[in-house]
Design a binder for this molecule. Structure first.
Ligand code: SF4
Ligand code: SF4
Ligand code: SF4
Length: 370
């Protein structure tokens, strides 16, 4: 079957990003395993692994807004967070459908369900609506903890705490040596996503909730020309977000990820297209593949900007990792009910900042989300 150009462009971006993430995962594994065993690694630490530290990124973002300073421990986490937000605030929630590897897996599992079962299930409205609220509760909790419970000093202290310095290795351990509960939860989500498309994304992902809110103000969204529309509903049937596209004007819903599946499905040329506000043209304002290119380019520009200004690689030295990682299970690298441990540094130690310790309201058990 011929793959439509729009889908092809988006798929290319999704698989390219998935490939990058796999390479980062392999390199990070080759880096962290020897260090955890007290040996020196043969490869360098890939900064891109910080993309898996969304809470750390949100803390760094707050710190950046408050002080103008970029977190030196995980600068790439901030860069990736800003890139994701920028592309999603310009092309509505486009990170979800263009670059997120979890979104790609979710989409593939949903398509598997569609092919093997003939349809994806949708919970009834009375269940669907409250379930969709869960991710906003999670997002609200993190925003409350980061913006309203912690003060500026607390945020800075957390970002440079011993715990923060090894949190990427903790995240790796969470996935590389999962507990039975972790395996069970991931298994339920994977199998559930075959039956209910985008189970994690639609109901539980706080990142998706944030991008959905940011995307509401996006200047570039899919819009429908009512005067061209025949009312065939092909768009609505194709929409993975279960939106009634055939009766909407601009896709202002938080659920719309700008995937353009509806654009591909529409049999009428230019009826559906990515357009800026107030443009309801019979001509396509922006070709579908160009909209994909705009979103991806914004992300790449942000990452490039951080890299060019020297804010990509961590300031933590290999020697410091070599000293810390073999002791990662020490209480120094945990937080109990949100309080991180105090590090005692000998008098005269060069790095005075490392003597500070952090107090955070983040709950224990969120280590892997940092
Ligand atoms: S909702 Fe979350 S997991 Fe799903 S695609 Fe968006 S950011 Fe990725
Ligand atoms: S409305 Fe169109 S662009 Fe938005 S999620 Fe549905 S299919 Fe994708
Ligand atoms: S697929 Fe196109 S023509 Fe058909 S209802 Fe949707 S917007 Fe209208």
């Amino acid at each position: 079957m011929k793959v439509p150009k729009t889908l092809h462009a988006r798929r290319t971006a999704q698989w390219a990003m998935a490939g990058v993430v796999v390479m980062i995962g392999v390199q990070f594994t080759m880096w962290v395993r020897p260090l955890l065993a007290g040996r020196w690694p043969g490869v360098s630490r890939p900064a891109g692994a910080e993309g898996f530290l969304p809470i750390d990124a949100m803390l760094a973002f707050r710190h950046w807004l408050g002080t103008g300073a970029i977190d030196a421990v995980h600068p790439a986490a901030l860069a990736i967070f800003v890139g994701i937000c920028l592309m999603s605030v310009i092309v509505a929630r486009s990170f979800c459908s263009h670059l997120c590897p979890v979104g790609l897996i979710s989409e593939l599992l949903g398509r598997l369900g569609l092919r093997s079962l003939g349809r994806n299930l949708t919970p009834p409205k009375w269940l669907d609506v409250p379930l969709r609220g869960l991710r906003f509760l999670l997002l609200g909790f993190f925003i409350w903890a980061i913006w309203f419970v912690m003060d500026q000093r607390g945020v800075e202290a957390f970002l440079i705490s011993p715990y923060a310095k090894v949190v990427d290795a903790k995240m790796w351990l969470f996935f590389a040596r999962p507990s039975r509960l972790t395996v069970a939860v991931l298994g339920v989500l994977a199998v559930g996503s075959v039956f209910v498309r985008d189970l994690w994304c639609r109901y539980l992902c706080p990142y998706g909730a944030l991008l959905g809110i940011l995307g509401r103000a996006a200047p570039l969204k899919v819009a429908r020309s009512a005067d061209l529309c025949t009312g065939c509903r092909a768009c609505t049937r194709a929409c993975p977000a279960r939106l009634p596209v055939h009766e909407m004007g601009r896709m202002t819903s938080i659920e719309c990820t700008s995937c353009q599946d509806c654009v591909v499905a529409c049999p009428v040329e230019s009826c559906l297209a990515v357009r800026p506000p107030l443009v309801i043209s019979r001509r396509r304002w922006l070709r579908p593949a160009a909209a994909v290119a705009v979103a991806v380019t914004l992300y790449v520009m942000v990452i490039g900007g951080f890299r060019l200004t020297g804010h990509w690689h961590t300031a933590v030295s290999e020697a410091e990792y070599h000293r810390r990682l073999p002791e990662i299970s020490s209480p120094l690298y945990t937080h109990v009910r949100g309080v991180t441990m105090t590090e005692r540094v000998p008098e005269g130690a060069a790095n005075a900042r490392s003597r500070r310790f952090a107090e955070s309201p983040l709950p224990s058990g969120t280590d892997h989300l940092q």
